[in-house]
Every structure is written in structure tokens, then in C-alpha cells.
Design a protein around this ligand. Structure first.
Ligand code: TEU
Ligand code: CA
Length: 535
């Protein structure tokens, strides 16, 4: 069953920013339907659609107020059913995004809890006393007081996102019903939001600190996931758990097929190598040694243990990778292709985030008013309150804000990049005039056409989809290399993560070039050069 995914690639769509079909400046389901043929042309097998369910949109849909109804902002249930059907006819399975760690505070369950109904108070995590001064992911306290009840409730994210109490069997049954509902409608897989936070510690740590840190990989997390998967019969579907700050040992357990938990999981250690002192909102250049060591350890040990990685650079929470680890200037095309090659030749299931296949960049916003994300706006004020100047705070946001990945998909060089005929909910970087689907379709050497080749190689070569992996020593910290082997087949992947010529040693492989981002091959690795050699 897992094998179905070993040669697949998943395309992630952030609904609000993909394509607007009705001119209100907001992406929607019918916009996705209008682009299904484009998505099919990439060669991907699944589409992960971020939440479009009823929500007050405090966290852009990750605050769900009704799991079984479509937010009118994005369309109707009929539109949703048509999207599932039309994608299926094109051989593409839909993966819906289940936010089961918390609901919106506008969910019926939380409203009834606030009204003092004991049954529904037990759907959430209320305490008479505040257990500790935990901080929430978006800043501020993680425990909020409800005077009418004389109790505190836990929210690891925004105050409008109260955490669900998974210890309560009624909560688990409610969520299983949601899965069964969408499975019956033909959904082919699920992404589970912050899945490793659902099992809270028996006794809440009293020390202060990040609430998430105290709740990750909790005591019953594996039991709860296995129960959710087996009771809803989704073992044979593609499932992926987003695992905030998880460990390698847990990732192995989450994804070993015999455990009936997830097909695969997202971990984020590779996207923290530019966090100064582990702080997302403190800038430093990426530590390439840490980056390589992370991939080497996780890829090899997950492979040895029979686990399975989701492999990716981008999503709707992360800055654009070409701006972050690549180059927006002279080596824009080469660096975007190198980053794509590095991920797509790895062992695991690759994810392409909308616009990554074009080399879309960060937003380059220059004022707070341009930002929309709750996390970005909160941290602007946190930075200013802790002494940063406006310019320093805006520079941090320009590099780290989640809005960077949420600017509209750039379809063409026309008004609003072809995203909407109205006023876009979020700004669009000026480079849409050259970085867009239409111009890259016309360029045989574009990043778009290079990504199409990467996706096809995974289908054509079992050594890529199934092979063992071993990282190689290049004698140069800025140049990563690994080999993939399967029976007598072997490929060697060499990627230069720097913008300079780099020499390597110790790698002497003869063979044909399967794919590369420069013509021919040289003794040295050119700036951001990627080379895949079929030995
Ligand atoms: O993200 C989980 C999470 O930890 C994010 O806060 C992310 O790691 C962080 O923003 C990176 O700096 C998931 C969803 O992907 C995110 O969009 C939601 O805001 C969050 O959960 C709460 O549902
Ligand atoms: Ca719309």
C-alpha cells in the first residue's frame, strides 16, 4: 500500500491564493477546478488542498468552525464535489487538510462549552488554575481565562483556536465521523495538521516556555493516531502527519507501515538551520553543515527502519526556498533547479508547493499594512516591544513571514498575475511579469519544465522511488552528495548550495547525466550546480 506513494509527487494548493474564479480577490474551489489540467501537466498524482471549511479565518482556515461544510468564501459543497470528481477523472487524488488538534472558538462545540455545558467543556482543555506560563505559537499566553466559567483553557496557537481534548472518546468519535464523511465523498487522502500535538501530557509542566514544546509527541499520540486510522479504514490512503519539532525515533514509529499510523510525515528540522539560537524571528545565514547532517541522518535512518519521509522545501508556512537557500538574482534559475533536484532525488514522497515550480520568490513587502498573517503581525509587535526598530522588524518579516509563501499564484504577466480580475487579498511581487506560468511554458529551459522532468524521473526510475540512500563526503561543506542504489542501478546526486565555483574530492563516478542545470559537466561544481549521474 505504501508503494503506491513511492513514485508519486504531491502538489500543495493554498486555496486562498491559487486562482480566483469570481473576482472577489480571493482564491476559490472553482479557481482550482479551472487549473486542474495545468496541475495534471506537472505529472503529480495528488493535490493537498489547505482547509476551505467554514471558518472565521483568524488563521486563514486553520481555525475550523464546521468540518463538514464549505466556507462560502471558497464556494459550495457542489463545487467541492465537482472538484473531487474532475480531479479523479484526470487521475489525481484529492488530499484534504484535517485540523484536529484544535477548532475555531466559533465552533458549535466551543460555544456550548462557553455556555457552561459540561459535556462540551470536556471537548476542550479547561483547568481551574492556570497550570503554567506557557507561550502560544503565535505569541502571547497559551492559557486564556474565561471569567464566566472561572476557568482557563489551552490554545497552543491563537486564542481563537482552543485545543481539543483527545483524552475524551467522544471527541475522537466526532473526528472519525469527519474522516468518514469526506472519505465517502471520494477524497483520496488526508494531511493532518500538527498531529503530534494531540496527546497532552498527563500533568502539565509548570515551567514556563513554548506550549508546543511541552505537548509534542505526547504519551498517547501513537495510540490515538492508530485508532483514528484503523477505525476509519484509511490505512490504504495516502496520509501525512505534520509533526512540529518531532524526533527521528517518533517519525520512524509514525510511518512504519506495520504501525498503521501515517503513510509519511513532515518534519521541519531542515527549515530551522537559519534560525538564530533556534528563534524563527532572529535571522542568520543557513548553516549548511547542519542542513546536510540533518538530511543525511534522517534519510538514512528512516530508510534503514522502514519509515517514510515527506520531502519538501516549501509550504504555506515557510518563506519561498529560492529566496531563502537559493538566489533571486544572477543564479535564480540555477538555484531553483538545484533545490528542486536535491529534494526530488531523495528517498520519500516529494511535495511541490504552488509556485515553487516557477521559482516564485518572497513577497518583498515594505510595510506592516501589507501583511495579513496573524503570526507575522503578532511578531512584528513582539519585536518592536523588545526593542527592534521598525526597519529591523520589517526586515525580519520580509525574510520569515508566512505571507511570503501566500502571495497569489503567478499565472501570467497580465493584471494581478492572472490570479484575479478583482483586488487581490494579498500583494503580488513585481516579478510576476517574468516569473509566471505562461512565460515559463514558452521557455524549454524554464524552472517549470525542469520540475516536470524531475517528477517524470521518479516515475521512470525505481532506483529513485525505491532505492536505498547513502550520503557521500564531497570534501566541501557547501556541496552535498548522495547516492541511490537498487539492485544494479545507481545514481549519484551532487548539489552545490553556494553561489561560487566549488571544488569537490573523493567522488569519482562515471556515467551519463540523467539531469542537470548546466550544460555538460566540469571538474568543479559551478554556482548552484546540480548534477544527477546514472552510473
Ligand atoms: O502549522 C504548525 C506550525 O507549527 C506552524 O506554526 C509553523 O510551524 C510555523 O508557522 C513555522 O514558523 C500548522 C499549519 O500549517 C499552520 O498554517 C497553522 O497556522 C497551524 O498549524 C495552526 O493550525
Ligand atoms: Ca473568489
Amino acid at each position: 500500500m505504501l508503494d503506491k506513494y513511492k513514485n508519486s509527487v504531491v502538489y500543495q494548493i493554498y486555496v486562498k491564493s491559487f486562482c480566483d474564479s469570481n473576482g472577489d480577490g480571493i482564491g476559490d474551489i472553482n479557481g482550482i477546478r479551472s487549473k486542474l489540467k495545468y496541475i495534471q501537466s506537472l505529472g503529480v498524482k495528488y493535490i493537498w488542498v489547505t482547509p476551505f471549511f467554514c471558518s472565521p479565518m483568524v488563521d486563514n482556515g486553520y481555525d475550523v468552525s464546521d468540518y463538514r461544510n464549505v466556507n462560502p468564501m471558497f464556494g459550495t459543497m457542489a463545487d467541492c464535489e465537482a472538484m473531487i470528481k474532475e480531479a479523479d477523472e484526470l487521475g489525481i487524488g484529492l488530499m484534504f487538510d484535517m485540523v484536529f488538534n484544535h477548532t475555531s472558538n466559533q465552533h458549535e462545540w466551543f460555544k456550548r462549552a462557553l455556555a457552561g455545558e459540561k459535556e462540551y467543556m470536556d471537548y476542550y482543555i479547561f483547568r481551574d488554575e492556570k497550570p503554567a506560563d506557557w507561550t502560544a505559537s503565535f505569541g502571547g499566553p497559551a492559557w486564556d481565562y474565561v471569567p464566566e466559567l472561572g476557568k482557563w483553557y489551552l490554545h497552543l496557537f491563537a486564542p481563537e483556536q482552543p485545543d481539543l481534548n483527545w483524552e475524551n472518546p467522544k471527541v475522537r468519535e466526532e473526528l472519525k465521523e469527519v474522516i468518514r464523511f469526506w472519505k465517502a465523498k471520494g477524497v483520496k487522502g488526508f494531511r493532518f495538521d500538527v498531529l503530534n500535538l494531540i496527546s497532552k501530557p498527563k500533568d502539565f509542566h509548570t515551567e514556563a516556555g513554548s506550549g508546543t514544546r511541552f505537548c509534542k509527541d505526547g504519551p498517547r499520540v501513537h495510540e490515538f493516531i492508530r485508532e483514528l486510522v484503523t477505525d476509519t479504514g484509511i490505512e490504504d490512503m495516502i496520509t501525512v502527519g505534520e509533526m512540529a519539532s518531532t524526533t527521528l525515533d517518533n517519525s520512524i514509529r509514525y510511518t512504519q507501515p506495520q504501525n498503521h499510523e501515517m503513510s509519511m510525515c513532515f518534519s521541519f528540522h531542515h527549515l530551522k538551520v537559519d534560525f538564530k539560537d533556534g528563534n524563527k524571528f532572529a535571522l542568520m545565514s543557513p548553516n549548511l553543515k547542519m542542513l546536510r547532517d540533518y538530511f543525511s541522518e534522517w534519510q538514512e535512518k528512516m530508510s534503514d527502519a522502514g519509515g517514510w519521509n515527506a520531502v519538501f522545501w516549501c509550504n504555506h508556512d515557510q518563506p519561498r526556498i529560492v529566496s531563502r537557500f537559493g538566489d533571486e538574482g544572477q543564479y535564480w534559475k540555477q538555484s531553483a533547479k538545484m533545490l528542486g533536484t536535491f529534494v526530488h532525488m531523495l528517498r520519500g514522497t516529494p511535495y511541490i508547493y504552488q509556485g515553487e515550480e516557477l521559482g516564485m520568490t518572497n513577497a518583498h513587502f515594505t510595510s506592516l499594512e501589507e501583511y495579513r498573517d496573524v503570526e507575522a503581525i503578532n511578531y512584528y509587535h513582539i519585536l518592536r516591544d523588545s526593542g527592534s526598530s521598525e526597519a529591523e522588524a520589517l526586515n525580519v518579516l520580509a525574510n520569515r513571514a508566512r505571507d511570503n509563501s501566500r502571495t497569489p499564484m503567478q499565472w501570467n504577466s497580465g493584471a494581478n498575475a492572472g490570479f484575479t480580475s478583482g483586488k487581490s487579498w494579498l500583494g503580488i511581487p513585481d516579478n510576476f511579469k517574468t516569473i509566471n506560468v505562461e512565460s515559463e511554458e514558452a521557455d524549454a529551459d524554464s524552472i517549470l519544465n525542469y520540475y516536470r522532468k524531475l517528477v517524470q524521473l521518479r516515475k521512470d526510475y525505481p532506483v529513485i522511488s525505491e532505492g536505498a540512500i547513502k550520503f557521500l563526503d564531497t570534501g566541501n561543506e557547501k556541496v552535498f552528495a548522495y547516492q541511490r542504489t537498487l539492485d544494479n542501478d545507481k545514481i549519484v546526486v551532487i548539489c552545490n548550495f553556494s553561489g561560487q565555483d566549488e571544488t569537490i574530492s573523493g567522488i569519482d563516478v562515471k556515467g551519463s547525466i540523467l539531469i542537470g542545470n548546466y550544460s555538460g559537466s566540469h571538474k568543479i561544481m559551478r554556482p548552484y550546480e546540480a548534477l544527477v549521474i546514472k552510473a
